[in-house]
Design a binder for this molecule. Sequence first.
Ligand code: TXA
Ligand code: MG
Length: 316
Amino acid sequence: MNTLLTTSVEEAVSVIRGGGVAAFPTETVYGLGANIFDEWAVGRIFEAKQRPADNPLIAHIADADQIDQLAAHIPSSAHALIDEFFPGPLTIVLKKTDSVPLIATAGLDTIGIRMPSLDLAHQLIKKCGTPIVAPSANLSGRPSPTTWQAVYEDLDGRIDCILQSDPTDIGLESTVVDCTGDGPPTLLRLGAVSIDELRAIVPEIRTHTIGESDARKSPGLRHRHYSPTAAVVLVDSRDPLPFTSNDAAYIGLHAPTAGPSRRLVCHTVAEYAHSLFEFFRECDRGGVTTIFCERVDESGMGAALMDRLRRAAKDE
Ligand code: TXA
Ligand code: MG
């Protein structure tokens, strides 16, 4: 299959409207989009990414009135979160309507919904005239793509189109909150919208169940994620790095006094988050075997960054 590379949003829209799959940027990471109501196209997303069929997709919308096509019920906590954080890097899980095909939700009776804030993503979804399902546009298990070139690296020849644009701003995937239960909403995935920001709107939000017990609720969490081929080792800023040869690398907020010459020293946690996945990919391209990653303080964006670092470091 020939993958069309284009900077024209209209071309990407016509691919999706014609039943194809097209990668496009959002403010978090690049997504691989298809019309949610086109089951054949949605199936091609799973095939292209080699994504396990039990991992549900997020529906991306351009306007709040599209929520009614997707969600059967919107509890008041969800209304409050939507009012505050849409458009932006927050996904809300709600009970789905019958019109949402089960292939999109991996057989669940719920659907994750997100309204990207990036203007190009908004234009694409708006012009498609339908909600767009979009997982991150990487091969399953690889780090999410933050550049169109990373999408190309994983999916050239497997998808119909890549809408080429700038590297993504945030660099980590959206925060996911489940609003379907009888009780208060539950945080399923950490992201750029922090726990404190969520609590300012819904103080009773539950966060303690993140981990194994949620694998059932958010099947994506149990799959291997965000991993470069290289081994990821977490270090503290004051740790002396073990003696390493040329095939090691370092990323963090402080420059280690010794250690690998391949290193990326970031000025802020936001810059670290923005750069992480592309750094992982660069290390893989360069044959790096060990990546030392500095731990950060788990406040704000730091919590999401530490979540991704821990998942990448976990040897599964
Ligand atoms: O920032 C993002 O969310 C990016 C961009 C492209 O929007 N998308 C993304 O999608 O990260 P994906 O498919 O790579 O991750 C979706 C996560 C998975 O962990 C999945 O299990 C969870 O959201 N999820 C989706 N629908 C769900 C549902 N109905 N119930 C529980 N978890 C759900
Ligand atoms: Mg993903």
